[in-house]
Design a protein around this ligand. Sequence first.
Ligand SMILES: [Fe+2]
Length: 372
Amino acid sequence: MKEFKIVPTIRMYPTVKEFLEDTHPGKGDLLLTNRFLWENYFQGSTEEVRVLFYEDYASGEPSDEMVDAMYESLKGEQFSRVWGVGGGSVLDTAKILSLKGEESTAQLFATPAPLPKSRELLLVPTTCGTGSEMTNIAILEIRSLRTKKGLAWDSLYGDQAVLIPELVKGLPFPVFGTSSIDALVHGVESYLSPKASPLSRMYSRETIEKILKGYRRIREEGKQVLAETAGEFLLAAAYGGIAFGNAGCGPVHALSYPLGAVHHVPHGEANYAMFTEVLRVYEEKDPQGETLKELKTLLSELLETKEDVYTALEELLNGIVEKKPLAAYGVTGGELEDFTQAVMTQQGRLMANAYVPLDEKDVAGIYRRLWK
Ligand SMILES: [Fe+2]
């Protein structure tokens, strides 16, 4: 059985001003965002709203300890709506804050039964990457386990996903680069997933196409075209969220999590470090599979190449984010074995979505080849 669904109501506004006019911020609203976003877009319109600044609790990607600290500072306060306005880390954290959570966040991640949502949830992405606004998934670093873990509960879907191109027009290029590469990986991993359906593949293809066309424009016309193409990248990220929300992500994400958690590498950058090598292993193990052949046809059309598509892809992506060996992030030879074990024991949910099953030897080999 294949199932496909899009749960949040999707609202699109050209500007934040128009969004606020429709949404009536006020008492009972909790806004989780970054200080610069609040100063630029919300200050003056959200007097009665309880505002939390993400960076007051964490400097990088979200962890269980950080969410616990937020819960602590909100103790005794009542909210009927939670707004997450920011990148994937902010949106994932807002999802957890919309739950009726009483236990510690690490316990929450160990709970087998989903907790109910207790507050309306509005998700407003300000990067073009995670697609978190469309999914029922929240990823946190669990400090005691030294890795990232995901929850996938229907109660984590936003009630509204709000797309506002104005918010992504001025993204610093490195943030744009790592976040949009994450969206591209969502498109590719969901396309190859055994859980994919014709409907999810339609969104996967559209994600890949929009992003690679956008990257080619950047290569040809320069980084300033980002202001014009921001809306397309924002849509691509949302499509990617719909695609992987239904078909799942796979080993690229699984292998990137230990790197992200232990060495605090941004999610999209950690994905890119693994991306093409995982595709090459797929190619080695089963070059004749239908979905990989279709993907390669799509990539060779978009990249206008008849040569090795993986090399052409890497050449294009290197103009967006520089690919570095794992050693450049401080990964030691001894850690490669720990990473492999973390993937094999803690990332079964993602590894099950591989195009072709990868065993411990495959994973260790990928890490070794990417090390130096
Ligand atoms: Fe991702």
